[in-house]
Design a protein around this ligand. Structure first.
Ligand SMILES: Cc1ncc(COP(=O)(O)O)c(C=O)c1O
Length: 190
């Protein structure tokens, strides 16, 4: 359906400024419907891409730009020369690694924190905190979390990690490829 509408309206999404464009209005209205569905704050702004691989790619491009700004580098303008931007995660989807490769951050910039146990794919928040404290207390970094891992649908303890975000200077990216839909179920909403 998205493809049919995109073809009919034939608008160049690169050129929109959000004023008077049909494309921009459709996107804003569809975002509003999703905010209702997922019970998200109205202040949230979003955009549509072709799937979660592109969502991870686009959001990590924003994270990269943010990280550069923290150390006074405009990466979009000047590139990544001599910069090292750490990315911390556990059990990231392969599309995250692909995105790091395509964004010039490099797959090897990913630092894996241990999971809670052998039976879990969620991040061990205590170990995460210790690692940040020892390595990136004063350095900006990107944190990639999961709301539903591909293999076992495990969730990182996002509320707990949010508390770390209040202490450390990081960009938090949540890959919710399908996990966010749990909020639509009265049984699994929690
Ligand atoms: C956690 C997670 N992230 C990203 C993706 C990639 O999504 P897509 O196939 O829409 O590009 C998937 C796909 O299963 C996924 O489970």
């Amino acid at each position: 359906m998205d493809d049919i509408l995109a073809t009919i309206y034939d608008q160049n999404a690169q050129a929109i400024n959000g004023e008077g464009d049909v494309f921009a209005r459709i996107e804003t209205q569809a975002t509003d419907l999703l905010l209702d569905l997922f019970n998200l704050p109205k202040a949230f702004t979003g955009g549509f891409v072709t799937g979660t691989t592109m969502a991870n790619f686009s959001a990590l491009a924003v994270a990269r730009q943010w990280c550069g700004t923290q150390i006074e580098q405009d990466i979009a303008a000047d590139g990544l020369v001599k910069l090292s931007l750490p990315v911390i995660s556990v059990t990231p989807h392969s599309s995250v690694l692909k995105s790091l490769a395509m964004l010039g951050l490099g797959r090897n910039s990913l630092i894996n924190i241990p999971t809670l146990s052998n039976q879990r794919e969620a991040i061990d928040v205590a170990k995460l905190k210790l690692f940040i404290e020892n390595n990136f207390k004063y350095h900006p970094f990107i944190l990639v979390l999961n709301a539903g891992t591909a293999n076992t649908a495990d969730f990182d303890a996002i509320a707990e990690v949010m508390e770390l975000k209040l202490i450390y200077n990081c960009w938090m990216h949540i890959d919710a490829a399908f996990g966010a839909f749990a909020v639509c179920s009265s049984e699994y909403q929690y």
